[in-house]
Design a protein around this ligand. Sequence first.
Ligand code: B12
Length: 248
Amino acid sequence: MPLNHEGLIKEFEYVTKPSEQKHIGEAIENLDPIMQEIAYELITGNNSAVDTLTQKALKEGYTANDVLDDGLLNGMAIVGVKFRDNIIFVPEVLVSARAMKAGMTHIEPILSASGVEPLGTVIMGTVKGDLHDIGKNLCIMMLRGAGFTVHDIGVDSGPEDFIDAVEEHEADIVGMSALLTTTMPNMGTTINTFEDMGLRDEVRIMVGGAPVTQDFADEMGADAYGENAVDAVDKAKDLMELLAELKS
Ligand code: B12
């Protein structure tokens, strides 16, 4: 079915980077009407519509993965682009995140009951001294949606909190978030502590948050930097491949 949902076509016009136009465009060009509708309602933050449509799609025989990949995640990818490009702001992102949650309520139990092997285990936290968690929580939602097991250690997390969580859950990846220029260096402190404890080779570390850049991530010794929640998933997948190569 070609893309014919007027609202979604309009929303896609906000995607202007050629690489994203290709990536997201290919994902949405042949979506069934109900998936186009789910993606659109998620973008506009209509959580009761996302809730109803997700249940309807599941009843009609779409798998939990179909609804997640084709409907919810495509919608969230456009939300991520609009937020980054200052077309929408925090309140709109939160409303879309609430709509995503409404859909995930029906998807998550099916995915966890299906016993699909998780892609990997991720520990996510906001670094010491920092209480911002909206972006971290969005990343967690997307990572879980993509098939990762994620343990959220919350905000104001010191090196020992990350290390304890990695050991307890035998995690593959650590994700650190920071929104304050004053707390960003705590990413480096955490990475150094992993090194000091001889645990640096056990995990791959990714960092993110509005003031964080690729250069800063390199300087701190992180393995990856993620610009947004969609990128967090891509980077986590890359890091899992890297870990698999290292282990083989
Ligand atoms: C909401 C908010 C708050 C809320 C936080 C609520 C919460 N539960 O998170 C409250 C009111 C508590 C707050 C408090 C403060 N805040 Co504040 N806050 C913001 C605000 C408005 C939005 C941040 C946000 O949620 N963005 C939305 C999310 C979706 O974006 P994001 O976090 O960047 O996340 C995305 C990416 O960065 C990435 N990402 C994020 N984390 C990770 C992690 C990984 C691993 C990866 C791969 C990717 C990734 O993916 C996310 C999704 O796309 C910003 C201003 C702004 N417009 O950015 C100021 C801002 C961050 N706050 C600021 C300040 C100064 C403060 C306070 C110090 C204010 C004060 N004097 O008390 C306190 C600090 C409290 C503390 N110790 O942390 C400053 C920071 C300035 C600076 N240079 O450091 C900002 C920039 C405002 C400003 N312009 O001055 N704040």
